[in-house]
Ligand binder design. Structure first.
Ligand SMILES: Cc1cc2nc3c(=O)[nH]c(=O)nc-3n(C[C@H](O)[C@H](O)[C@H](O)COP(=O)(O)OP(=O)(O)OC[C@H]3O[C@@H](n4cnc5c(N)ncnc54)[C@H](O)[C@@H]3O)c2cc1C
Length: 526
């Protein structure tokens, strides 16, 4: 198979032209192309706006075609598909995966496909029941601390934009995308340069994954929370679990901790049990909302609104004199800002969107880097720091999970906002117009205020007067790392820290890849 890079199509050109263009590059008649598929598709908006494709093609006499075409853009396609480890016999004590986010689900899937028949514990409910809990929370402010935007089947990624891009190359990524497609995700995620599935598809994918896991003998227990560990001579021997029928003891010699970044009670328990961990840098800030049409205009200029163009996104960063980085995070074109709290009396924002990304607004995190020097005091100090910000935002919102919000112009002039301009905030259960300088720490407001005009020079209108800042975003990553050795195991043997909560991933794809990696390591020991 040959790979052809850099094939361009103008916005009004049809994809049926790709065959002709590929034939021209390969210098063969179009009829000699036996198979042609899109391997990657990107929007290039640097000079004008066009699509750029990487194609994979099967031709007759490949070696001769490659020699003759003498084109650097053509090469033999190198493909090393990911392979799961060889099967094992089901162990006497099944491995227990704690957490059904992307990390835990892909870990359980690999274990189950290899015959290890794992148990999967998840404190929240399945995605159908969880959806009802989340919808009630957004409508009424009534929070279920075990079943919410952070907790439940699918983990933190279930109510998200479902961005699936990564900054790294790993054969596991293709396996993850193919698994998602096999369970109902749109096929374009296999080749889009910036793939995303949206919350709507994620829900049915999760139900499909659950079906496969169950068929493979994985024992999925929703509503079951890990509350304690039993160890003997430095080895795990049992888990204490709180389930719908009350507390129970689960003998276990291998437990994969795929807890996500919001399992604060569990981190406290692990710390008290002597599991080694260390503090880690994170980023906090606000969600910033614009009208999608304005972002499209800034990115696509005269072509904004073209029906073949996706809702535009952006990726911004700057480094400030105070040594801090300020950057955009998890941008959700055509999406909405969501209430993402998991604890009472603490307000948290994040963003999500549907596959169509057809909402009126575009929102993104506007975050500022913080380090353990900002929250001295050991591995749990970062959690205290996050809680403090969330409690301030909750109080400023007036209770019931309304979030404090401010227009960008008012923020820059340090005066309270009285109401929205042309950007209407999407956060539910609602915002309270405020002065964020009275809510957030000074270093954070100053950093955001310095960054806004700088970032506006990169995407025109980013700091427009009516852009809405909604506080506070604190769950961008985990403020601690649960230490593991080269083989992936904690010093407390039998514990396998995994995914974002353990500090080894950031985002859906890297958490899922870490889940697979951890399963490979556990399988080696079975
Ligand atoms: C609103 C929102 C939007 C996001 N959008 C994107 C995006 O578009 N793209 C992207 O790449 N990332 C996104 N993220 C981040 C992404 O969701 C996470 O990086 C990813 O889910 C981390 O995976 P994980 O498996 O490590 O942890 P999680 O997904 O957090 O899963 C951990 C699971 O463990 C469970 N758990 C915790 N403690 C216990 C316990 N004691 N017992 C039993 N179960 C427990 C939790 O209930 C949870 O289900 C978003 C996050 C949020 C909140």
């Amino acid at each position: 198979m040959l790979q052809i890079e850099g094939i361009k199509l103008e916005l009004d050109e049809d994809e049926s032209l790709l065959r002709q263009k590929a034939a021209a590059v390969l210098r063969v008649p179009a009829g000699e192309i036996l198979e042609l598929k899109i391997f990657r598709k990107a929007v290039d908006a640097r000079e004008g706006v066009r699509f750029v494709y990487t194609l994979r093609s099967v031709v007759k006499d490949e070696a001769r075609v490659l020699r003759r075409c003498r084109n650097k853009a053509v090469a033999a396609a190198a493909e090393t598909p990911y392979q799961l480890p060889p099967p094992v016999s089901p162990p006497e004590l099944p491995p227990v995966v704690v957490g059904a986010g992307p990390g835990g689900l892909f870990c359980a899937l690999a274990l189950a496909r290899c015959g290890a028949r794992p148990i999967l514990l998840e404190r929240g409910w399945n995605v159908e029941r969880r959806q009802e809990d989340v919808e009630r929370f957004w409508q009424t402010g009534e929070l279920n601390p075990q079943s919410n935007v952070q907790f439940g089947e699918g983990g933190a990624g279930a109510f998200s934009d479902g961005k699936l891009n990564t900054g790294t190359r790993d054969p596991r990524h293709r396996f993850i995308l193919e698994t998602l497609v096999a369970h109902g995700a749109p096929e374009c995620i296999l080749y889009d340069a910036k793939p995303h599935v949206g919350t709507d598809y994620l829900r049915c994918v999760l139900a499909g994954l659950r079906r496969e896991l169950t068929e493979l003998g994985c024992d999925i227990r929703f509503g079951h929370r890990l509350t304690g560990l039993e160890q003997s001579a430095g080895r795990l021997c049992a888990l204490q679990v709180e389930g719908p029928a009350g507390p129970c003891r689960l003998p276990a010699s291998a437990a994969i901790l795929a807890l996500g970044n919001s399992a604060r009670d569990t981190f406290e328990m692990l710390h008290a049990a002597g599991v080694p961990m260390e503090p880690k840098p994170l980023a906090v800030g606000v969600r910033i909302e614009h009208r999608q049409a304005d972002i499209d205009l800034a990115q696509y200029k005269a072509l904004a609104g073209h029906p073949r163009l996706p809702a535009a996104s952006y990726k911004l960063s700057c480094h400030l004199d105070n040594g801090r980085g300020v950057f955009s995070f998890c941008v959700c074109p055509g999406g909405q800002v969501v209430a993402a709290a998991s604890e009472p009396d603490r307000a948290v924002t994040n963003g999500m969107s549907l596959f169509a990304r057809d909402g009126v607004n575009c929102n993104g995190g506007l975050l500022c880097s913080v380090t353990p020097e900002d929250f001295p005091g050991g591995p749990l100090a970062g959690i205290a720091f996050q809680r403090e910000l969330e409690a301030r935002a909750f109080a400023a919102g007036g209770g019931n999970f309304a979030a404090p919000a401010q227009r960008a112009e008012d923020f820059l002039l340090r005066r309270p906002s009285a109401g929205p301009g042309k950007v209407l905030p999407t956060y539910r259960p609602g915002v309270k117009w405020s002065n964020l300088w009275d809510v957030l720490p000074d270093f954070l407001c100053q950093s955001i205020a310095q960054a806004l005009p700088v970032l506006d020079r990169k995407v025109r209108g980013y700091a427009s007067p009516d852009a809405v800042l909604t506080a506070v975003e604190t769950r961008s990553s985990c403020p601690l790392r649960i230490l593991r050795d080269q083989q992936g195991e904690s010093r407390l043997q039998g514990l396998w820290p995994c995914g974002e909560g353990a500090g080894y991933a950031g985002g859906i794809m890297s958490a899922a890849a870490d889940g697979l990696r951890t399963a490979e390591q556990v399988l080696r020991t079975l």
